[in-house]
Ligand binder design. Structure first.
Ligand SMILES: [Zn+2]
Length: 272
């Protein structure tokens, strides 16, 4: 599941590679991932890419457009990938959801793997971008400059693990990086947002900024998420986990929960 660091790095790479590239054609083959119909994808033919960026976990591909500037808004969801190829996909590639072909032969491809078909694309007029529901509901960006006092956005009687993954509360964090952030801040995944004091809030902010910090090419390696059963990188205690239907929380019981181990059933009720 790509989260803010992975999307940011891909967006930077695509921005360098594609700015100025001229589109020959764009199509959304097979299962239609395209969620808009006006303007149609066909207007992209002959237009130039003016930049690639990110909002939350979504890509924003800017195109000059025949009259007004346009934007492709792309969400990979859990199993999508956005990649640039030197050659075009063959007609049998069933993973393709969007193909943007350039006049130099390259192809930007949104592909999706696995059984779910959830990744989506919208072609919008640039002026409509901020009003699109996918962006209008986003909370402040988690990186590089989250709100100075996180208590302003986390002041709710919900566990931090849930709040930090809620894109309406703060944009960009998902089930992988939330474990890293809470471990870095030495906070329990089920501490209530409303219970954060000033010091914890500032530690959490620092942990978000440093954990999501993005080197040039690859995000930092995950050290806690999916590392249950291994020693805590800080104190050596075995990392514990709590399993849910669609995700797993990993944490250090010494660094984060005062030595307590979380029971799956109890926590699943708490997190509702
Ligand atoms: Zn530890």
């Amino acid at each position: 599941m790509p989260e803010l660091p992975e999307v940011e790095i891909t967006a930077r790479r695509l921005d360098r590679a594609l700015t100025g590239a001229q589109i020959e054609s764009a199509l959304a083959p097979g299962i239609n991932a395209l969620k808009t119909f006006d303007p149609p994808l066909s207007v992209l033919a002959g237009q130039k890419i003016t930049g690639v960026g990110r909002r939350g976990k979504q890509f924003v591909v800017r195109v000059d457009g025949p009259t007004d500037p346009l934007v492709l808004l792309i969400h990979l969801m859990s199993a999508g990938r956005l990649q640039l190829y030197d050659k075009r996909a063959g007609p049998r590639d069933r993973t393709s959801r969007l193909l943007v072909r350039f006049d130099d032969g390259r192809e930007l491809r949104l592909r999706e793997f696995g059984s779910k078909q959830a990744a989506w694309v919208k072609l919008l007029r640039a002026e409509e971008l901020d009003e699109d529901p996918a962006l209008a509901t986003l909370g402040p960006e988690a990186w590089p400059d989250p709100p100075a006092d996180l208590r302003e956005i986390l002041n709710a009687p919900r566990p931090l693990h849930t709040l930090l993954r809620d894109q309406r509360t703060i944009a960009g964090i998902g089930r992988s990086w939330v474990d890293e952030i809470l471990w870095e801040a030495r906070l329990s995944p089920y501490k209530r947002g409303a219970d954060l004091d000033a010091a914890e809030s500032s530690t959490l902010r620092e942990a978000i900024v440093t954990t999501l910090a993005i080197p040039d090419k690859l995000p930092m390696p995950l050290r806690v998420h999916r590392h249950e059963g291994e020693p805590c990188p800080r104190c050596g205690t075995t990392l514990e986990s709590v399993h849910f239907e669609s995700y797993v929380i990993a944490y250090c019981p010494v660094c984060q929960t005062d030595g307590r181990t979380l029971k799956d059933r109890r926590l699943s009720r708490l997190l509702k």
